[in-house]
Design a protein around this ligand. Structure first.
Ligand SMILES: Nc1ncnc2c1ncn2[C@@H]1O[C@H](COP(=O)(O)OP(=O)(O)OP(=O)(O)O)[C@@H](O)[C@H]1O
Length: 365
């Protein structure tokens, strides 16, 4: 078991990188604490696999260090790092039995056969593989094969961490939740550091205690699913997490607040003061559809907006409306009156977030 620390880490596949765009991993410091269940979440191409391969030793970073429990491991080959990696497609030996597949990593390090036997039985029982132990791996279903792959990562006592790279891609949707629950259970039982790579926010939040959201080679936020929802640290987190994502709009500052498309929104004086010190003109306001207040009738606080349509999603409704020419969404509760044609909305101060150069304005929590 180990704490995994990334220090000033960067990686470029280009031989002579010039700008940020040439880096698959942009310079970062990050810590995966010992024993945690983490997810690395981000869209295709953001650098997830590159980062995982650097941790496991399959790839040498162009800059910076990887430290396990404070010890630099940059020069150690994968087999010396005691890291297990589970890939999208199960890596198992088809001609071997399930037992021999599970025993393989132990026999590789010359474990006495009586220990091999007890450990394989223990792991098989956790993964519900006991009835299959004598079967050849070739005849297994995709999810059984993936469980064997996971089992191979778990049999060794000396494994520091397990890295999962989209492990449920080939699994039938109705079995996914079962395997995910199994992984969670294994994490609780073994107290082992686990990093789970996915582009699926539901998978990330059901597995992990803390999620690292990756975007363009950077970890833009590392927090609990609730942190990511309530206080997205970057506009990408706002947009990517939640369904639908955060409403975001570019604004200009005025004497008393912010303006866009002829709409003026007053801002808290302290916040406005701070914004006026900012040099960048890239300022955005963001509010999640869940936090847009929809009133039943006009009042002093509310702005009138044009309703485009309302979608009924069973237990709640999503109202799409225009404000200052910008399309936005608000979530209506099941029992809430559904506005027709026009609606009256407001943005509670607490939930209106300010982004400068795409990052949340510091202290604006
Ligand atoms: N071997 C390689 N040589 C050159 N560029 C690469 C190589 N592998 C990845 N890249 C580039 O590095 C960037 C990050 O890719 P990476 O595969 O790490 O992303 P990812 O988030 O894992 O994506 P996916 O979910 O599609 O696997 C991408 O721009 C990709 O094209």
């Amino acid at each position: 078991m180990a704490e995994i620390r990334l220090s000033q880490l960067a990686h470029s596949y280009a031989p002579a990188p010039q700008s940020d765009e040439d880096y698959a991993i942009r310079r970062m410091d990050h810590i995966w604490e010992q024993g945690g269940a983490f997810a690395l979440l981000g869209p295709s191409g953001c650098g997830k696999s590159t980062l995982l391969n650097i941790i496991s030793g399959l790839l040498a970073p162009s800059d910076g260090d990887v430290l396990f429990d404070g010890k630099r491991v940059n020069t150690l080959p994968p087999e010396a790092r005691n890291i297990a990696q589970v890939f999208q497609f199960p890596v198992i030996y088809d001609t071997m039995t399930v037992f021999d597949n599970l025993a393989f990593p132990l026999r590789n390090v010359k474990t006495p056969e009586h220990k091999v036997k007890s450990k394989v039985h223990e792991i098989a029982s956790i993964l519900d593989l006991t009835p299959l132990l004598d079967k050849k791996a070739k005849g297994l279903t995709a999810d059984e094969k993936q469980k064997v792959s996971m089992g191979r990562g778990l049999v060794r006592d000396d494994v520091s961490a397990i890295l999962f790279d989209e492990p449920l891609t080939v699994i039938d949707p109705h079995l996914k939740w079962k395997l995910r629950r199994k992984l969670k259970q294994i994490h609780e039982q073994f107290n082992i550091t686990m990093v789970y790579v996915t582009h699926d926010q539901l998978e990330a939040s059901t597995f992990a205690d803390k999620i690292a959201v990756m975007y363009e080679g950077q970890i833009v936020q590392f927090g609990t699913p609730r942190d990511l929802f309530e206080a997205p640290n970057h506009t990408f987190v706002g947009f990517f997490i939640g369904s639908p994502g955060m409403n975001l709009v570019s604004v200009e500052l005025t004497e008393h607040g912010a303006t866009f498309g002829g709409v003026e929104l007053p801002l808290r004086p302290k916040l406005l003061e701070r914004l006026k010190q900012v040099r960048s003109s890239n300022i955005k306001l963001g509010i999640r559809p869940e936090f847009v207040h929809v009133w039943d009738e006009a009042n002093d606080e509310a702005m009138q907006v044009n309703v485009r349509f309302v979608e009924d999603l069973g237990t709640y409704k999503i109202m799409t409306f225009y404000l200052g020419g910008v399309e936005m969404k608000a979530r209506l509760q099941e029992d809430q009156k559904v506005p027709q044609g026009v609606a009256f909305i407001s943005f509670p101060d607490q939930w209106l977030k300010v982004y400068v150069d795409e990052f949340l304005l510091e202290g604006d929590q």
